[in-house]
Design a protein around this ligand. Structure first.
Ligand code: NAP
Length: 289
C-alpha cells in the first residue's frame, strides 16, 4: 500500500464509483471529493476517506488535496468543466502531487479542435495540464457501453426500435469497467504510459448490428429506425448541446475507431458489446423476478 492517499473527484458518479471500488479492493488508500458525504459513505463504507467540498470552493479543494499522492481528475460534462478541472489541477500542482490521471473526452469529440463544446473544454484542461509541473496522463475513452448502449437496450426492452441517425455508422464502444481498469493501472504504475491514451472496446459495432444482436438475445425481431439527429435547441443546456453534437459526429462515422491500448496495458482484450448485452439483459431479468 502506498502511504499517500489517492484523491478521486467525480467519485460518486458512474465511472468514479467503479474506480473507487477497484482501488479499495486493491487496499489502496482513497480519499474522495464530494458534495454528498452520506451518499459517498453508503457507496463505499468506511474504507474511503471523505473530503467534503465542491470545485468552486478553493479552500475545500486545497484541504482535500493536502498530502494526497495521486489524483483521478473526473467531472461531469457542463459549462464549468474546464474551469472546475483547471482549478483542481492547479490545487494539485500547488500541493506537489505526483501524478494526475484525467478522464478526458472521446478523441473524436476533441480532434480536430472545434468538433464539440465538450471536447474543446477537455482540450483546454489537457493543455493546462501540459503547462503544470505534474506528471499527467489524459484518458480519452470512446463512447461508454453503460451510457449510450445501455440506453439503446432500455429502449428496445420498452418495445421501441433501435433508433439512429445513421444505422450503419459504427461506434468502438468501451465498457466503463475497462476505463476504470486502465485508470487504476495508470494511477498505480511506476510510470505513465503516455500523455494521451485513446481507449476503445475491441470492435466497431453499428446500430443495425446491435439490433441483430438484441434480436438474437431476445428471440424476437428488433427493428431499426433511421432518425435524423435532433438538433440542439438554442435553449438547451451545455450537456444537451454537447450530446446533440456527439450524435452528429457519430452519424458521420467519427466514433468508428478501435485502438489496442486497453489490451496492451492490461494484457487482456477489452470487454465486447456482446458480453455487455448478455450481462445487461441477465441483470434486467434478475430484477424482474
Ligand atoms: N459517457 C460517455 O460516453 C463518455 C465518453 C468519454 C468521456 N466521458 C467523460 O466522462 C465524464 C463524466 O463521467 P461520469 O458520467 O462518470 O460522471 P457523472 O456520473 O456525471 O458524475 C458526476 C460526479 O461529479 C461530481 N460533481 C459534480 N459537480 C461537482 C461539483 N461542483 N463539485 C464537486 N464534485 C462535483 C459528483 O459528485 P457529488 O455529487 O458526490 O458531489 C459526481 O461524483 C465527463 O467528463 C465526460 O466528458 C464520457
Amino acid at each position: 500500500m502506498s502511504a499517500a492517499p489517492i484523491l478521486v473527484t467525480g467519485a460518486t458518479g458512474r465511472l468514479g464509483q467503479i474506480v473507487v471500488k477497484r482501488l479499495i479492493a486493491l487496499d489502496q488508500p482513497v480519499r474522495i471529493f464530494t458534495r454528498r458525504p452520506e451518499t459517498a459513505r453508503s457507496l463505499f463504507g468506511p474504507a474511503a476517506r471523505i473530503a467534503v467540498g465542491e470545485f468552486a470552493d478553493g479552500a475545500s479543494l486545497a484541504a482535500a488535496i493536502r498530502d494526497a499522492g495521486r489524483l483521478l481528475l473526473l467531472s461531469p460534462i457542463g459549462e464549468t468543466l474546464a474551469a472546475d478541472q483547471i482549478a483542481v489541477a492547479n490545487a494539485a500542482a500547488a500541493a506537489g502531487l505526483h501524478r494526475v490521471v484525467k478522464i478526458s473526452g472521446s478523441d473524436w469529440t476533441i480532434e480536430p479542435p472545434g468538433s464539440s463544446i465538450s471536447g474543446d473544454a477537455h482540450a483546454a484542461v489537457e493543455r493546462h495540464l501540459r503547462s503544470l509541473p505534474v506528471e499527467h496522463v489524459s484518458l480519452r475513452p470512446n463512447a461508454w457501453m453503460q451510457v449510450s448502449l445501455a440506453n439503446t437496450i432500455r429502449q428496445v426492452l420498452a418495445g421501441n426500435p433501435v433508433a439512429a441517425a445513421n444505422p450503419d455508422a459504427g461506434v468502438g464502444y468501451i465498457d466503463a469497467r475497462d476505463i476504470a481498469d486502465v485508470a487504476v493501472h495508470e494511477l498505480l504504475a511506476d510510470g505513465i504510459a503516455g500523455e494521451t491514451l485513446n481507449l476503445t472496446g475491441p470492435d466497431v459495432v453499428t446500430p443495425r448490428q446491435i439490433a441483430g444482436l438484441l434480436s438474437i438475445a431476445l428471440k424476437r425481431p428488433v427493428d431499426v429506425a433511421e432518425r435524423p439527429p435532433a438538433g440542439a435547441s438554442p435553449h438547451g443546456d451545455f450537456e444537451q448541446r454537447a450530446v446533440a453534437q456527439f450524435a452528429t459526429l457519430i452519424a458521420a462515422g467519427r466514433a468508428a475507431t478501435t485502438t489496442d491500448v486497453v489490451a496492451s496495458l492490461l494484457g487482456r482484450a477489452p470487454r465486447g458489446v456482446e458480453t455487455f448485452i448478455s450481462e445487461h439483459l441477465a441483470a434486467e431479468a434478475a430484477l424482474a423476478r
